[in-house]
Design a protein around this ligand. Structure first.
Ligand SMILES: [Zn+2]
Ligand SMILES: [Zn+2]
Length: 338
């Protein structure tokens, strides 16, 4: 049985599968790409052929324009097997954002799984992560430090709603990433019983509409830009992280500035960003989830793509698992994904 390092390798464009002649989440335009999910650091424009879940293709089309989301777009459902060259491939839910997938590949009896970004915590907007037993597990490590133990996300939502109840005249403006975090936060607020409108910065509307078209209900969403100031008193407004501190937020009614991100676990970051109410809500696996996943996939070896590689490799060694840092460049941009 060939070791995965004989058929899966790192090239400047990204992770490359030789017997299938395709790249996974390449950072440059390539003839054939498999894309794990539609975040900007994984889904780049201009590829020849793109293979992904139908949801990922749809969201890529919304974000970059259909014509830039691949000359040929092929959708593959979770669990559906496809032969590419000498490789058998399928997509497995990653639990990160709607449509996100792990890429499982088999070549001559040897199996490698590329996680893309993933989490194990519940998310009402996407299918839950499913571990695949494999020989090499290629994992992200965004929050691979013991300090990153995320609290239950619903508890963070309840903290937000308690603050809204405490300051009924103020507007809570929450910085969220446009794809994933925004829709997950809305869906969780609905789970917590918030049935009033959620107001959105214009940049967040297109992906929310795409989620709804793809069958994820988000309730009453309204553009914050056209709402009267009085209407926004006591309201919840979502905006991209870059907008919450700038001129755009100033016209809101005495805003309480919030940010929903795994990085909010680090208090200094919240303080430096002027965040009054940090919400630790992450779409990435935290430290215990990473370790649990390494155990679940049962791989004798893990390759770490981006994040805190050293800590995860050290912890894996303690579990009898060999680790290797791939040092891929171009992933994990905090501005789009955290
Ligand atoms: Zn991502
Ligand atoms: Zn990422």
């Amino acid at each position: 049985m060939p070791h995965p390092d004989t058929w899966l390798c790192v090239r400047p464009e990204g992770l490359y599968c030789k017997p299938g002649d395709f790249f996974i989440d390449p950072v440059r335009a390539v003839p054939r790409a498999v894309v794990t999910h539609a975040h900007g650091d994984h889904a780049r424009p201009g590829h020849g052929a793109v293979l992904a879940t139908s949801q990922t293709l749809a969201v890529m089309g919304v974000r970059m324009g259909v014509e830039r989301a691949g000359d040929v777009q092929q959708a593959l459902a979770y669990g559906e097997r496809l032969r590419i060259g000498d490789v058998s491939l399928w997509l497995q839910p990653a639990g990160h954002v709607l449509g996100s997938a792990q890429v499982a590949m088999e070549f001559q009896g040897s199996r490698a799984v590329v996680s893309g970004d993933y989490k194990r915590a519940a998310d009402p907007t996407c299918a839950p992560f499913e571990p695949v037993v494999c020989d090499v597990f290629v994992t992200e490590a965004t929050f691979a430090l013991p300090v990153f133990t995320h609290p239950p996300a619903l508890a963070e939502c309840r903290r937000l709603l308690a603050s809204v109840a405490l300051f009924p005249e103020r507007t809570h403006v929450i910085g969220v990433y446009a794809l994933g975090k925004c829709q997950r936060l809305i869906a969780m607020l609905r789970q917590c019983g918030w049935d009033r409108p959620v107001y959105l910065h214009g940049a967040l509307m297109p992906v929310c509409e795409a989620y709804e078209r793809l069958g994820v209900p988000l309730g009453d969403l309204r553009p914050a830009t056209v709402a009267a100031k009085a209407e926004l008193a006591g309201a919840i407004v979502l905006a991209p992280p870059s907008a919450i501190a700038d001129r755009w937020a100033r016209r809101l009614s005495d805003p309480v500035t919030c940010l929903a991100s795994g990085w909010m676990r680090v208090r200094q970051r919240a303080k430096a960003g002027g965040i009054e109410l940090p919400l630790v809500i992450s779409d990435h696996a935290d430290w215990p989830e990473l370790l649990r996943t390494v155990a679940d996939v049962g791989a004798p070896e893990i390759w770490v793509t981006h994040g805190s590689e050293e800590a995860l490799i050290h912890a894996a060694a303690g579990m009898g698992v060999r680790g290797r840092a791939l040092r891929l460049i171009g992933y994990g941009d905090e501005a789009v994904d955290g």
